[in-house]
Design a protein around this ligand. Sequence first.
Ligand code: FAQ
Length: 311
Amino acid sequence: NETELEAQFADTISRKDRIEPRDWMPEKYRKTLVRQVAQHAHSEIIGMQPEGNWISRAPSLRRKAILLAKVQDEAGHGLYLYSAAETLGATRDELTEKLIAGKQKYSSIFNYPTLSYTDVGTIGWLVDGAAICNQVPLCRTSFGPYGRAMIRICKEESFHQRQGYELLMTMMRGTEEQRASVQESVNRFWWPSLMMFGPPDDDSPNTEQSMEWGIKTHTNDELRQKFVDMSVPQAEALGVTFPDEGLKWNEERGHYDFSTPDWDEFWAVVKGNGPCNEQRVAHRKRAWDEGAWVREAALAFAENSAADTEN
Ligand code: FAQ
């Protein structure tokens, strides 16, 4: 009965064991997971656009091969994540329809433009760096398929982060103009990267329940702090600064202090009013509409093959 199932679920969570697709789960747990996993999948797919913008203009064959591989990895991440959502009963078609209708979100970061090739390096370093910081703990999330998808995704994100840092390192060894381009790009991406971790804890409606269920294992502010602490020495090694006068080591806390991000800007971007929101969703919609005949043909082929096998 229901009470017994609930007790079993609570017991699995308290043992930090995994909930699997066939296990009983509260409806709200399932809904929260579909929301988070779908947003995560959409972010990977929409996240292909800002960097994809530079594939045809990469400065060398080597850089082009690296960038192509990275953007293809992002498509793969989206697919693992849509598959994880499917085990919760949400189909990829249904989720994509919701994304293009503006009913589901994707990460705010991908609503900022990539104005120079240097941005490819900065996205690798800071955006993939923030993604790793947020996603390594998710490898131990309570829902099995999501956690297992995260393990492989994190390995690939580490490669992405290193390629970005290596690109910027190469530019920092270059001309004065190249160094200025790195600093300019870092200035634009620093604050939006900090916003990737979500609103501050006291303004985060989902954190408490998600922590209780073991979906999240750290709060938004904890992970943001971890990212700042990790990034400052990397910036020093690179020879760039972050655009924050308030950034300084706090001996007592054992962490870097930093200024408050512009949360009004964050909410404006999340609500659809960032610099590229419209363009990103319109592009996704176009690709979805133009691909309809491929999906239909694949389905018809599968049905015919099944009918042939039956005969
Ligand atoms: N952007 O109550 P909370 C990548 C929404 S990495 C947009 O704190 P929660 C790799 C939130 O959904 C990026 N919306 O929510 C890559 C909620 O609205 P809702 C993807 C945001 O879920 C790199 C409301 O605000 N990573 O793609 C954002 O407990 C380079 C209140 O927030 C993930 O998705 C935001 N930044 O915590 C690809 C990681 N923050 O849904 C290509 C998994 C919050 O109630 C190139 N997700 N909101 O309508 C998570 O860890 C969590 O969902 C958080 C938000 C931490 C993002």
